[in-house]
Write a protein that binds this ligand. Sequence first.
Ligand SMILES: NC(=O)C1=CN([C@@H]2O[C@H](COP(=O)(O)OP(=O)(O)OC[C@H]3O[C@@H](n4cnc5c(N)ncnc54)[C@H](OP(=O)(O)O)[C@@H]3O)[C@@H](O)[C@H]2O)C=CC1
Ligand SMILES: Cc1cn([C@H]2C[C@H](O)[C@@H](COP(=O)(O)OP(=O)(O)O[C@H]3O[C@@H](C)C(=O)[C@@H](O)[C@H]3O)O2)c(=O)[nH]c1=O
Ligand SMILES: [Mg+2]
Length: 306
Amino acid sequence: MARLAGQRFLVTGASGQVGGELLHTLAPFGEVISPSRAEMDLASADSVRAFVRSARPDWIVSAGAYTAVDKAESESELAYAINRDAVEVIGLEAKAIGASVLHFSTDYVFNGEGTVPWVEEDATGPLGTYGASKLAGEQALLGSGAASLIFRTSWVYGSTGKNFLRTILKLAAERSELRIVDDQHGAPTWSRSLAQVAAHAIAECGNGREAAAPFKGIYHVAGGGETTWAGFAREAIAMIQELEPDATMAKVTGIPSSEYPTPAARPGNSRLNCQKLSRTFGWKTAAWPESLKLVIAETRLPTPID
Ligand SMILES: NC(=O)C1=CN([C@@H]2O[C@H](COP(=O)(O)OP(=O)(O)OC[C@H]3O[C@@H](n4cnc5c(N)ncnc54)[C@H](OP(=O)(O)O)[C@@H]3O)[C@@H](O)[C@H]2O)C=CC1
Ligand SMILES: Cc1cn([C@H]2C[C@H](O)[C@@H](COP(=O)(O)OP(=O)(O)O[C@H]3O[C@@H](C)C(=O)[C@@H](O)[C@H]3O)O2)c(=O)[nH]c1=O
Ligand SMILES: [Mg+2]
């Protein structure tokens, strides 16, 4: 691994799942600047531009996003402002100062057809506004000419923040049955794994202006293996029951997506082929149940006494 030190990182979305983990994984490599929403509002291009100009980072790690998939259908303007326009400004400002960008995108850029894991070159076809706005962000960033890496990931979860796992564990403790879609296939991805591979890739790029330039492009990054949302929920509940045999938890009934109508359609095939990442950066993400086990253990830790 290249020796990386003394870098200035601007991390957006630091109060989110991935951004929060990035604060830890980037810290060994330099200074991490993580503006609050009041200091840098991603919905305002002027605010983003001004903050990047004052911070003058070596890297912008772009984990901030509009992530409310269903709400995006009725808030399309805001979704595009954050997921496309802010990303374009980040790219243009990075280009102007020779900074590199690491940005996160989503499996929801695909139309979900077929069963074969998507590769980076596959045609996109988002089914909803969130996916479309994220795709527009990818295109804007690549078009800005900035030295940029785009990590497309899927089904991000962790022991904190807003995610499917935490929703399901809460519901499973309250109800006797959970009806969960069993025809959307993909891989859950631990927020911490993403932050680790992001730091690793950044270190591989090394120091200097436009350090990411030789690696510019899109990379798929997801937990190893595959499941469905129902499979993910079942495994999580089984792991809790193994730790706590007396816990009463809901039984999971798999249902077709047609029985769980939502404002935004989700892809049936969200599988991401992550071989380009492993070829380029020598990184293989752990199998999703292995990460889930660590996260479940973390969610069950006793609350510290303060
Ligand atoms: N979550 C998932 O399942 C997946 C996520 N991704 C992508 O990964 C990246 C990280 O996602 P994740 O960490 O889960 O997202 P979260 O929803 O956990 O966090 C989003 C972050 O963006 C910030 N943000 C939203 N709007 C604004 C705004 N107007 N100004 C400033 N900050 C804002 C939030 O701040 P605040 O706390 O103030 O709201 C929060 O810090 C995103 O690009 C997302 O599209 C890709 C695939 C799956
Ligand atoms: C809570 C619940 C959800 N579901 C379904 C709805 C949906 O199809 C699926 C997942 O639900 P969620 O709404 O949590 O997931 P969703 O918000 O669609 O998650 C997505 O977020 C964005 C940000 C991404 O980029 C994607 O990779 C993906 O992680 O599970 C059930 O079938 N039963 C339930 O009880
Ligand atoms: Mg959601």
